[in-house]
Design a protein around this ligand. Structure first.
Ligand SMILES: NC(=O)c1ccc[n+]([C@@H]2O[C@H](COP(=O)([O-])OP(=O)(O)OC[C@H]3O[C@@H](n4cnc5c(N)ncnc54)[C@H](O)[C@@H]3O)[C@@H](O)[C@H]2O)c1
Ligand SMILES: O=P(O)(O)OC[C@H](O)CO
Length: 335
């Protein structure tokens, strides 16, 4: 009988750990944390106290801070490193990984400078490996606590998707498949920007109608960019689009929404990021997305406004005044 596929997770932050905990309930799983104290905490206390507080992790989950050990273990690699550090970290493991090992991204940002999506960074660093992603409305703390949710594995290779699906599935975590890698990935990346706008709305107490406007017009501009880049617009109506947008824009546990709230309280982006102590991908992604919007000739007034605020060129209050003044066209016009 063939042994089960072993899952190696690169990145011991809140999401890498939560995904590793899901996999460890199904199959042997090893997680790499760059910080050996985190690896020790997982091995000895079955906790990742730094990122997930007191939430217990499965006893079967093992951790290491040695990338070579992780590479040797991997039948499947899940990459939970933030977008800005993914290339450098993958560079440390690339030569050690067996060539057929599929690599799936858990990240939701664009690489600053190159504008590459995480799956593109993986393809650059691990040429020839099957590549995909896991995304959806998945606030890490809730998943680690065992609250019910669903996600999507997106890859072009149906056989890879079908092999990976059961590794992350549980009675309370449903995993769908989608072959629209671009659309699923963009949904997770772009919703972070709208979540910052939603957090600013919360901080400014602009009212629920305004927030609903930002969410729905945010989804429209996410879909507009996605379609222009060649994604399936239907993906934006699913878990990785609207689903993740709703979770991130409404959850008080979202770091991107919290970043928006802190900006509305008058903090600078640097102060807000420091206060969070965790990654909020939308802060770096917003200016980078504008470059894509220009390249593909797409209007993105919400992303433009969020980018101006995170770069310190506009206050959140002015941003909301500006958004109210956007000249409305036809609602269903996606061009
Ligand atoms: N937390 C969530 O709810 C959640 C859910 C879905 C997707 N994501 C995405 O997952 C990705 C990882 O985020 P997270 O939530 O785990 O972040 P986090 O802030 O909880 O942890 C970040 C992790 O990355 C590591 N890291 C940071 N800089 C690094 C570097 N230069 N080199 C190596 N490692 C480095 C840290 O040590 C830590 O282990 C992000 O793209 C995020 O958008 C997060
Ligand atoms: O905490 P955030 O804002 O990074 O969002 C986490 C996840 O992406 C929600 O699906």
């Amino acid at each position: 009988m063939s042994r089960s596929l072993r899952v190696a997770v690169l990145g011991g932050g809140s999401w890498g750990t939560s995904v590793a905990a899901l996999a460890a309930r199904n199959t042997p799983t090893l997680i790499w944390a760059r910080d050996s104290a985190t690896a020790d905490d997982i091995n000895n206390n079955h906790r990742n106290s730094r990122y997930l507080g007191d939430t217990p992790l499965p006893d079967a989950l093992r951790a290491t801070s040695d990338v070579a050990e992780l590479a040797d273990f991997a039948d499947v690699l899940a990459v939970g490193i933030p977008s800005h550090a993914m290339r450098e970290t993958l560079g440390r493991i690339a030569d050690e990984l067996r060539p057929w090992v599929p690599a799936i991204s858990l990240a939701k940002g664009l690489e600053p400078g190159t504008r590459r999506r995480p799956t593109e960074v993986i393809a650059d660093c691990l040429p020839g490996h099957p590549v995909g992603l896991l995304a959806g409305p998945n606030i890490a703390g809730e998943i680690a606590e065992g609250k019910a949710a669903a996600a999507v594995i997106a890859t072009k290779d149906e056989r890879v998707a079908t092999a990976l699906q059961p590794l992350f599935t549980s009675k309370v975590f449903r995993v769908y498949r989608n072959d629209d890698v671009l659309g699923c990935e963009l949904g997770g990346i772009l919703k972070n920007i709208v979540a910052i706008a939603s957090g600013m709305a919360e901080g400014l107490d602009v009212g629920d109608n305004t927030r609903a406007m930002v969410l729905s017009r945010g989804l429209a501009e996410m879909t507009r960019l996605g379609e222009a880049m060649g994604a399936n617009p239907r993906s934006f109506a699913g878990l990785t689009g609207m689903g993740d947008l709703i979770a991130t824009c409404t959850s008080p546990r979202s770091r991107n929404r919290r970043l928006g709230e802190l900006l509305a309280q008058g903090k600078t982006t640097t102060e807000a990021v420091e206060a969070l102590g965790q990654v909020a991908e939308g802060a770096k992604t917003a200016p980078t997305v504008l470059e894509l919007a220009t390249e593909f000739g797409v209007r993105m007034p919400i992303a433009e406004t969020v980018a101006a605020v995170v770069m310190g060129q506009m206050t959140p209050a002015d941003a909301y005044r500006g958004l109210r003044q956007v000249t409305p066209g036809t609602e269903t016009d996606m061009g």
